[in-house]
Design a protein around this ligand. Structure first.
Ligand SMILES: Nc1nc2c(c(=O)[nH]1)N[C@H]1C(S)=C(S)[C@@H](COP(=O)(O)OP(=O)(O)OC[C@H]3O[C@@H](n4cnc5c(=O)[nH]c(N)nc54)[C@H](O)[C@@H]3O)O[C@H]1N2
Ligand SMILES: Nc1nc2c(c(=O)[nH]1)N[C@H]1C(S)=C(S)[C@@H](COP(=O)(O)OP(=O)(O)OC[C@H]3O[C@@H](n4cnc5c(=O)[nH]c(N)nc54)[C@H](O)[C@@H]3O)O[C@H]1N2
Ligand code: SF4
Ligand SMILES: [Mo]
Length: 645
């Protein structure tokens, strides 16, 4: 039995037991003894095995020749890349090269490309974030860091708000705790514009208007202040900016806020009481609400709500969004590669679209940008402008097919590595190599080492994986944590299960900053504000995360046309029937979809899953390329569409 963690970009970071016979994986199971994941895994864990043995798996590097793919050897691929990289660095600059890596896998050594490109001299990086960065930045302004209470603490909560979070799809480890909390008498409130599998088991579902969470949070804050439910003592000692924020809230009427969020005043009052009356209730906040232009301010207004009730730093309280335990502690650049990255620069999406001809090469690894970026028609054109395009993946993805060279890579089960997640699970996991890959150079770690050798990079770390990882975890040695210990035991460094229980916040004032001078310095309002200009008579397109696939990964084998959910009223208005094939059209493009009529979505929405491949119709051909107020987050959900028959 081999020990391994699921490296998908997920709250779980599930610990797996992998059974191997004759270099073949015969079974994958959840590790029942793991303190966080307790044997719970989803179907996607088993998919690692399917993907390991998939018929369409790539094993040989391939180069595009006269529009056709031909197999080449790893040595040839290394020669081609090495020649191109030298040439571009000499003729233009090393920053005529982009490396784009995303979240296909979260292990440390699968990120070795970053280190390689630092030694190369520094490159162009894409600074836009497509996942959760508006919320993380907002919480940095408010608390100074990104931390969450431990998962078990849910059981201490009097009531629980799942705010824009769908754990039935995205965070299944939370489900048994929610069930138990409910049995113990806690109410579960879900705030989400659509009905999801998580609204199935809640006590109250607030079908909020999209992009109006700040209006809801502010209305709740007003009720709490008006009814004197705030914690005056806590505010005095631990919060900066209450007065300024209250003055701003005084300018907003309850009627206005209620209209904006689409929730009537009585319901807002009821939720405010449920949240603030008994000490303490918790907010588990997902990432949907921050994929809007006003996303950062939405998160700040929810943080402020928790701050004035004194629930931060308390058992059963807090605003649990992300949990960045390891990045600031580990030695993630153990050989000082950053010193060589003199030409590093950041470009945003708009710059890439405008100046793609100035980029000579792009390397994509553990990512599928031509599936997951917004405004794909324009990004595909920009991508095509780049002379030399390389993708490192296990499959011929929507991105790989636009490249000139494909390098196959190992499946996680073929790779020794170290893994942690920053979403919730605070345990670090050592991934044993479970089976041998067909070729050693399929593993990114060895491929880039060979490439570095070929390019004569003297300072590159030509060391074993073990040695590299030992350096990475060196800072943990003083706590007695070694690779062996991580391999053989369950290891975490999260010492306190209640985030901020010492009430020593990492902000400049060391308090919770409802008034943030840092935000002001960044050109933002210092206090949370509600601004929502993105309104339209058209239908808003929401693209949320699917249950059975991690983003695009399991849609590989789906050949049906993408489904779009609309309400009965919307369908009747346009004389559309269940199963009809229609066109969805936005200012960015159009796609054909199959209509599913459901009472799960309101009349002003079209809902699709994200991840459908181009062959099925990908909603990212419709999404707008816009940026949220914080963290350079892509504001995918400020997209409006029309249905054309
Ligand atoms: N099965 C599965 N699990 C996953 C993933 C996956 O693809 N599949 N992806 C992983 C990744 S990369 C991430 S980032 C996380 C995401 O995890 P979650 O944040 O839980 O999931 P999302 O689908 O991004 O969004 C959650 C909910 O936000 C709602 N929402 C959208 N707009 C608004 C709004 O304006 N206000 C409110 N209140 N709610 C809104 C959506 O309808 C959706 O139900 O999940 C991870 N886990
Ligand atoms: N419209 C819309 N778009 C969105 C979102 C949304 O809510 N709506 N959500 C956004 C979010 S939250 C995220 S996180 C991003 C995700 O964006 P990506 O991370 O680009 O998404 P994936 O589809 O998971 O693609 C990962 C790729 O990595 C490959 N891969 C897996 N393992 C390995 C490995 O070991 N090595 C290498 N080299 N490759 C590997 C997979 O085969 C897959 O092709 O998408 C964003 N896009
Ligand atoms: S996808 Fe998430 S829940 Fe499923 S096995 Fe992987 S980490 Fe666990
Ligand atoms: Mo994400």
């Amino acid at each position: 039995m081999k020990s391994h963690g699921c490296p998908l970009d997920c709250f779980g970071c599930c610990k797996l037991n992998v059974y191997v016979e004759d270099n073949k994986v015969v079974k994958i199971e959840g590790d029942k003894n793991h303190p966080y994941t307790k044997g719970i895994v989803c179907e996607k864990a088993k998919n690692h095995l399917k993907r390991l043995n998939a018929r369409d798996r790539l094993y040989s590097p391939m180069k595009k020749q006269n529009g056709k793919w031909v197999n080449i050897t790893f040595e040839e691929a290394i020669n081609i890349i090495s020649d191109k990289l030298r040439y571009y660095r000499e003729k233009y600059s090393s920053n005529s090269v982009i490396h784009y890596g995303s979240s296909g896998t979260g292990t440390i050594l699968k990120g070795i490309e970053d280190i390689f490109f630092n030694f190369y001299g520094g490159i162009t990086k894409i600074e836009n974030e497509i996942c959760w960065s508006a919320g993380n930045k907002a919480q940095k302004y408010d608390f100074g860091d990104n931390k969450s209470n431990s998962i078990e603490d849910i059981l201490n909560a009097k009531n629980i708000i799942l705010w824009s979070k769908n754990p039935a799809n995205s965070h299944i480890q939370l489900l048994p705790f929610l069930k138990k909390a409910r049995q113990n008498g806690a109410k579960i409130i879900v705030i989400d514009p659509i009905s999801t599998d998580s609204t199935n088991f809640c006590d109250i579902h607030i079908k909020i208007n999209p992009a109006s969470d700040a209006a809801m949070a502010m209305a709740m804050t007003k009720v709490i202040i008006e009814e004197n439910l705030q914690d005056a003592e806590f505010i005095k000692k631990n919060v900066v900016g209450f007065r300024e924020y209250k003055a701003y809230l005084d300018t907003l009427s309850m009627e206005y806020l209620s209209r904006e969020c689409g929730v009537n005043i009585d319901t807002i009052k009821e939720i405010s009481h449920i949240y603030a009356e008994e000490k303490y209730s918790t907010i588990c906040m997902g990432y949907g609400l921050q994929r809007y232009k006003n996303g950062g301010n939405s998160v700040r207004s929810i943080d402020a709500l928790a701050a004035i009730t004194g629930s931060v730093g308390k058992k059963g309280g807090g605003v649990n969004y992300s949990n960045k335990v390891y990045p600031k502690v580990l030695n993630l650049d153990p050989y000082g590669s950053y010193k060589y990255a003199l030409k590093d620069r950041n470009w945003n999406f708009h710059k890439l679209l405008k100046c793609s001809k100035d980029i000579k090469a792009i390397f994509v690894s553990k990512a599928n940008p031509l599936n997951q970026w917004p405004d794909l028609n324009n990004f595909i054109k920009a991508f095509e402008n780049i002379e030399f395009k390389v993708c490192i993946d296990m499959f011929m993805t929507d991105t790989a097919k636009h490249c000139d060279l494909i390098i196959p890579c190992t499946n996680t089960l073929e790779s020794e590595d170290l893994l942690y997640s920053s979403m919730s699970n605070p345990y670090i996991i050592y991934n044993e190599k479970c089976v041998e890959p067909k070729h050693k150079l399929m593993d990114e770690y060895y491929f880039f080492m060979e490439l570095a050798k070929k390019m004569g990079m003297k300072e590159y770390p030509y060391v074993s994986k073990r040695e590299y990882l030992t350096q990475v975890i060196k800072p943990l040695e003083k706590k007695g944590i070694t690779l062996e210990k991580i391999k053989n035991e369950y290891v975490t460094i999260q010492e306190n299960s209640i985030a901020w229980s010492d009430l020593k916040f990492k902000t400049p004032s060391k308090k919770i900053e409802i008034y943030s001078k840092e935000a002001e310095k960044d050109g933002l309002s210092p206090i949370p504000v509600y601004v929502n200009d993105e309104k339209s008579d058209k239908l808003r397109l929401l693209t949320t995360h699917p249950k059975k696939s991690l983003m695009s990964q399991s849609f590989k084998d789906v050949d049906t046309m993408a489904a779009a959910n609309i309400s009965k009223n919307t369908a009747e208005k346009q004389d559309i029937h269940n199963g009809d094939i229609v066109k969805l059209k936005s200012s960015r493009g159009e796609i054909r979809v199959k209509i599913n009529i459901t009472d799960k979505v309101s009349d002003n929405l079209v809902h699709m899953n994200v991840g459908w491949w181009e062959k099925s119709s990908n909603p990212n051909f419709l999404t707008e390329n816009q940026i949220a107020d914080m963290g350079k987050q892509a504001a995918y959900y400020d997209t409006f569409v029309e249905i054309k028959k």
